[in-house]
Design a protein around this ligand. Structure first.
Ligand code: H2U
Ligand code: ZN
Length: 354
């Protein structure tokens, strides 16, 4: 099939949905515009930042003088641990139930001016170890079915603060998107006896044209079914079903992969690259499980959903046909991967002596 020539729809087996790809609209080659690097310099400590060490947060709590990773309960949590159990169902049309859970904020570094890709690999490893700790602790609660780790970066993504941070939401029910991936991976295991993403990784490694980079334990790629222009995934080559199964060597390789992916993204438009990034992993023990097999079916992975299309300011919008019918993209996953593959892994700001 000539994927680069004609409009096509591509299937996403993980989410069980399709994306329309229209490569003929970008027949003209990329012009190689030279971006002006964004050299905005942030202070190492910002007295008005509610995430910096020693500063006061909304509600009056003062942050400790932390010097590594710092976790605190979100002062404006979207979920409450003690919501009473209530539900309604009128003819299946007016249906609701209370959801319990908790939300935490995790500062990656005390430095206000850093981002994940500009941190040392060893410091990123410390962040990973805290993610693992929080997953173990939250995931062992009887009222938690899923632990969602994510990072929202950049003001276009609605992120309120440049201080390097992410969030963890633990919920009493498995949220829709992981639940859809849960169904797809378990159905695939039942059908073929194999893990969907183990086979996918093997297939992509053998083809190569959507691979961005790899190390001993991880591969970064633009998925065949990507919707956002520079959407990417990071997948472990070994079958692990959640982040707390990473070995020490894999933790180091994961830090390496996160740093290299973030650096390539920043180097794409010579600006701090906005995105929503997060991990998908198996639901916890407390999640209702119809027949087990979660360890065998689930393959831990990272999704990056960045909105930028052509420059640091020109973004893709999900509107029109996409809101009413299905997602659509012009540049193919293969050409996006080629662009990302061609970028340097030395951060442009480091090159500028920053
Ligand atoms: P964003 O990265 O999406 O901007 O989220 C930052 C979170 O920090 C947000 O969920 C929380 C907000 O509720 N927050 C606090 O917990 N305490 C504060 O003092 C301000 C913001
Ligand atoms: Zn700060």
């Amino acid at each position: 099939m000539r994927l680069a020539d004609y409009p096509q729809r591509r299937y996403n087996p993980l989410a069980d949905e399709w994306v329309l790809v229209s490569p003929h609209r970008t027949k003209r080659p990329w012009q190689g515009q030279v971006e002006k690097p964004s050299l905005d310099v942030l202070p190492r400590h910002d007295p008005s930042c509610y995430l910096c060490p020693g500063n006061e947060r909304a509600g009056g709590v003062k942050n400790p003088d932390y010097d590594g990773v710092f976790v605190f309960p979100n002062d404006f949590a979207a979920l409450l641990a003690d919501a009473p159990e209530e539900r309604m169902d009128e003819k299946g049309l007016l249906k609701a139930e209370t959801v319990r859970g908790c939300c935490e904020v995790l500062c990656f570094s005390p430095r206000h001016d850093l981002t994940l890709p500009r941190m040392e690999r060893t410091a990123i490893e410390s962040v990973i170890r805290v993610w693992i700790d929080r997953c173990r602790e939250l995931g062992s609660r009887p009222d938690v079915s899923y632990v969602q780790i994510f990072e929202n970066r950049g003001s276009v993504m609605g992120c309120s603060n440049p201080h390097p941070h992410g969030q963890i939401w633990a919920t009493g029910t498995v949220p829709d998107l992981p639940a859809r991936e849960d169904r797809a991976q378990r159905a695939r295991l039942a059908e073929t006896g194999k893990c969907l993403l183990c086979e996918y990784v093997e297939l992509e490694l053998s083809k190569g044209d959507r691979i961005i980079f790899q190390n001993d334990s991880f591969v970064a790629l633009v998925p065949f079914w990507a919707v956002w222009p520079f959407e990417a995934m990071i997948l472990p080559k070994r079958h692990i079903s959640s982040i707390d199964e990473l070995s020490a060597a894999e933790t180091a390789d994961f830090a390496d992969a996160l740093k290299r992916m973030g650096t390539r993204y920043d180097n794409l438009f010579l600006a701090s690259f906005p995105y929503s990034m997060g991990f998908h992993q198996k639901p916890t023990k407390a999640a209702a499980d119809d027949g087990g097999k979660r360890e065998a079916a689930w393959h831990f992975h990272v999704h990056y959903y960045p909105p930028l299309l052509r420059s640091a300011t020109v973004r893709k919008f999900m509107v029109g046909f996409e809101l009413l019918a299905m997602p659509q993209r012009d540049i193919t996953a293969e050409s996006a991967a080629e662009r990302l593959r061609g970028l340097s892994e030395a951060h442009y700001l480091d090159g500028a002596g920053k």
